[in-house]
Structure formats: structure tokens, C-alpha cells
Design a protein around this ligand. Structure first.
Ligand SMILES: [Zn+2]
Length: 274
């Protein structure tokens, strides 16, 4: 299976080319953020994951003729929630977010914790606690559509900076996400691909999968494809942070006997100074 990109619409297909239940739209917001619209054609239900800015999300809804029912929030940073109140006021959509973060999120209609489910149309999404970038950061995994919304935890060729959590917490979160099925498509919160690619090459430059991916990224960027949407299997092969458990990566950073979390912490510290 490979994702097929069409403008900002991202259609995920299987080998028999049947369209998966959700239609996914990546909506660019602010300088480098994405909001994601997911639409279930069977029921007509539509949700958005994070609202950096209400206006582009409303424009995308209008262009598609979709009515918004649900707003899913990943974490409390302003560039993920600033448009929530305006969008709720305009659409009456229900707001879902982490109970742990409820003191610093817009008012929640549904407070969530790890293991809870979010129902969009006929599909159920599972909530994962992916603390590290912040405490209370959650991800949403929709197994039938093979989509995982990871925001600032696992990102394309990178991971979020550790503003609140420890390296051990982030490594635990990334390990959870790495355990999702191979054909999961990761939808992350920002396009940081240029900086992330430069860093990945600095620590893992002789990785042929990484070299091939960066060459492909350059072509995809010219085609206007959303750089924050990427197959998990490709992340496992090329994201330096996910490779912290690989003995070859441990050797490359001079920590052959260190634990996976120690190697992750070292890589994160290198990136912070990069
Ligand atoms: Zn953030």
C-alpha cells in the first residue's frame, strides 16, 4: 500500500485500490502547522484534529460541503488550539481533549484518557497518551482508516521538543507509536522537514533509506504534497529518533552500550543544539 496524494486531499488506499473509510484533508495553517479534516463518507460525519486557526479550516469545510461535528485536540499549545473557540461557535461541534490538560484547554465536551475511544461515523479511534513534548499530549489512532494523528510527539523525520516531559517519557510515547501497524499513516502537527532532514543526515547520513527519502521529499515538496503526512514504516527506517534502539545508531553516536532511552535522550539533546 502506498499513499496517493492529490492536492491537499490525501487518499489512503489498500492493494485493491479500495478507498478507506475516511477522506483526509491536510489544511495548512499559520506558518507551518496543519489541521486535519477527517470525513466519513458513509455517515457524513466530519471531525478536525487541532485548530491552529479557524479560518482556513472553515474554508476547507465550505469547499468540501462538509458539516463539522467534532473537534479533537492533541495538546494545549496555542498553535494547536487558538481556533477552537471560533470554530465551535460557528459550527456547534463537540470538543474532545485530554482530561489531564482540561485546565489549559478550551472547555471540553468530552474529557479523554489513554484507552478511551472517539467515535467518528462508524469508526472508532483510540486515544494514546504520548506525553513528552507536553504532559497530557494525546494522539488519536483510527485503525480502520490506518491513520494516527500524532501532532508534536512523533513528527515527520523528527519528534517534538521536550518542553514538559523527560526523555524517558518521550521514548515511551514513541515506542507506543512505533508499535502501531506497519501501514499506519502518521499525520503530524508541523512541516519541519527541512531542519529535520538536515539533522537526520548529520547523525545517519550513510543510511540509504534516509538518502532515498530525502530525495523523494524534494520532489514531493515541489508537487505541494503535505510533508507532515508520512507512512509509519518509512519513519521507522529513517527517523533518527525512532532508530535509537538500533545498535547501528548507538554505535554512530558513540554510545554502543547505552539503553534505548539514553540514546534517544542524546539524540534529542543534539537536535536541540543543532
Ligand atoms: Zn506543541
Amino acid at each position: 500500500m502506498s499513499p496517493i496524494w492529490r492536492s491537499l486531499e490525501v487518499t489512503v488506499t489498500d492493494e485493491s485500490e479500495k478507498t478507506m473509510p475516511f477522506v483526509l484533508h491536510a489544511v495548512p495553517c499559520l506558518a507551518d502547522n496543519y489541521a486535519y479534516l477527517i470525513h466519513d463518507p458513509a455517515s457524513g460525519r466530519t471531525a478536525v484534529v487541532d485548530v491552529p486557526d479557524a479560518a482556513p479550516v472553515q474554508q476547507a469545510l465550505t469547499a468540501q460541503g462538509w458539516t463539522l461535528h467534532d473537534i479533537l485536540i492533541t495538546h494545549h499549545h496555542n498553535d494547536h488550539i487558538d481556533g477552537v473557540q471560533d470554530l465551535r461557535a460557528a459550527t456547534g461541534a463537540a470538543v474532545w481533549g485530554a482530561r489531564k490538560d482540561s485546565h489549559r484547554l478550551p472547555p471540553l465536551d468530552h474529557a479523554l484518557a489513554e484507552g478511551d475511544t472517539v467515535t467518528i461515523g462508524k469508526e472508532q479511534g483510540r486515544v494514546l497518551d504520548v506525553s513528552g513534548h507536553t504532559i497530557g499530549h494525546i494522539a488519536f489512532h483510527f485503525p480502520d482508516s490506518r491513520l494516527a494523528f500524532t501532532a508534536d510527539s512523533l513528527m515527520a523525520l523528527g519528534c517534538g521538543r521536550l518542553f514538559e516531559g523527560t526523555p524517558e517519557q518521550m521514548w515511551s510515547s514513541l515506542t507506543k507509536l512505533m508499535a502501531l501497524p506497519d501501514d499506519t499513516v502518521i499525520c503530524s502537527g508541523h512541516d519541519y522537514i527541512k531542519g529535520n532532514a538536515s539533522f537526520a543526515l548529520s547523525v545517519d547520513g550513510d543510511n540509504p533509506d534516509l538518502q532515498a527519502r530525502i530525495a523523494q521529499c524534494k520532489m514531493d515538496a515541489e508537487d505541494g504534497k503535505p510533508m507532515a503526512v508520512v507512512p509509519l514504516a518509512l519513519e521507522r527506517q529513517t527517523n533518527p529518533f525512532l532508530r535509537a534502539a538500533d545498535p547501528r545508531m548507538k554505535a554512530k553516536v558513540g554510545l554502543p552500550g547505552a539503553s534505548d532511552a539514553e540514546v534517544f535522550a542524546h539524540l534529542r539533546a543534539l537536535k536541540d543544539k543543532f
